[in-house]
Write a protein that binds this ligand. Structure first.
Ligand code: BGC
Length: 268
């Protein structure tokens, strides 16, 4: 079978769970050597499990700890990966979290935590990835010298009461992505976003953990099913491969139609 990402090295941030794991598995399946980034020592075991399942299916992966909101750690991660694996061809800028609160009760610490990981983390990783793409230049592995996929959310356009920090971080990712896509398109670097809807992962467990919660959630999803990490993984492989060579600065909504605003179907 053709391996679309053969010989390419991908860093997937926040790959020890959820959507990150889904992207890492799909990229490895497409032939990439995948760096499973995880944030804290406590998530090492989960990251190593992902590495193990990739290796068992004949893929290539290593795990690497780094808090993406810390500049020194991000710089070190890119340096170490380049030293160990030769370069970085693909960045899946995925690490993210929610820390929800009513707006008047949202602490500055929780605002800063979410912006720090979701938005500043994407800035730091994208900056280091682009520096490496430019240093290496065209080595014939892909039509682009590098590809970045920013994990956004339907909440880059759907306002979300009780989640101001999260929604602001995702809105910010949209303009960060477009701005750097514009800046680096002439150098053959492609930067796009995926905006997932409700994907069944630990981040939104309270939305699907009981039949009642799930049935409420499905009212927001025209396709009538919750998404799976692999739905995002397959989109990430496409955006990272030359199949999407003419796609740049775009957001691909993978949301089962959530952004069709289904509550308006017989109202409004
Ligand atoms: C959030 C999930 C939520 C989904 C749809 C995602 O970005 O992280 O908690 O279920 O958007 O609302």
């Amino acid at each position: 079978m053709e391996k679309k990402l053969d010989k390419q090295v991908a860093i997937v941030t926040g790959a020890s769970s959820g959507i990150g794991t889904g992207c890492a598995m799909a990229l490895a399946d497409a032939g990439a050597t995948v760096v499973i980034n995880y944030p804290f020592p406590s998530t090492k075991a989960a990251a190593d499990e992902v590495v193990k399942s990739i290796l068992t299916t004949g893929g290539k992966a290593i795990s690497y700890q780094c808090d993406v909101s810390k500049e020194d750690e991000v710089v070190k991660m890119f340096g170490d990966v380049v030293q160990q694996l030769g370069t970085v061809d693909i960045l899946i800028n995925n690490a993210g979290l929610q820390k929800d609160a009513k707006f008047t009760e949202m602490s500055l610490a929780d605002w800063n935590l979410v912006i720090g990981i979701n938005l500043t983390g994407q800035f730091l990783c994208a900056r280091e990835a682009i520096k490496e793409f430019l240093r290496r230049g065209d080595d014939g592995k892909s039509k682009s010298i590098g590809k970045i996929i920013c994990m956004s959310s339907v909440h880059q356009i759907i306002p979300w009461a009780g989640h101001a920090n999260y929604a602001a971080s995702k809105g910010g990712i949209n303009m960060l992505m477009k701005t750097i896509a514009q800046e680096f398109a002439p150098q053959k670097i492609r930067i796009n976003s995926i905006a997932p809807g409700a994907i069944q992962t630990p981040i939104n467990k309270q939305a699907w953990d009981t039949p009642e919660h799930l049935s409420n959630l499905l009212k927001l999803i025209p396709d009538q099913r919750i998404g799976q990490p692999d739905d995002i993984g397959r989109a990430a492989v496409w955006l990272a491969s030359d199949d999407s060579d003419y796609v740049n600065g775009a957001t691909l909504f993978v949301d089962g139609g959530m952004t069709l605003y289904p509550r308006f179907v017989d109202n409004g």
